[in-house]
Design a protein around this ligand. Structure first.
Ligand code: 5GP
Ligand code: ZN
Length: 111
């Protein structure tokens, strides 16, 4: 297994884990772009959003992001979710994950 996020999900590589469910792990991004910058990822490997056809898992990822935002207390002020997908989408780690950014007014809206 060469995927860094699979290794993180399996606890073979250390990361700052914020929360975990049966299907998902939530960690702090190693290079934060906002006061709160988390990564929500399924433990199961999908190389990108395109390769994941499990609607229930994708819905669960959004529900997990909402729950995390609520736990962090940013659900009222707001936050941003991003799924960079493949090369032109800016994806650099090819294991499906969603960014949760919060804690300041986020600049720009679209790429
Ligand atoms: P992408 O560019 O694929 O949308 O997002 C990948 C993110 O993973 C980047 O924001 C990067 O900082 C983060 N990242 C890459 N390697 C690691 C790591 O080993 N640990 C953690 N916590 N984050 C990582
Ligand atoms: Zn993986």
């Amino acid at each position: 297994m060469s995927c860094i996020f699979c290794k993180i999900a399996a606890k073979e590589v250390k990361s700052s884990v914020v929360g975990e469910t049966e299907r998902f792990i939530v960690i702090k991004d190693i290079n934060p772009q906002a006061p709160t910058h988390l990564l929500i990822m399924p433990k199961e490997h999908f190389s990108s959003l395109v390769e994941c056809n499990d609607g229930s898992l994708l819905g669960g990822m959004l529900e997990t992001a909402k729950a995390v935002a609520k736990d962090l207390g940013v659900d009222e002020r707001g936050f941003r979710l991003i799924i960079n997908t493949k090369e032109e989408g800016g994806q650099t780690v090819f294991h499906l994950h969603m960014h949760l950014l919060a804690g300041r007014a986020l600049a720009g809206k679209m790429g």
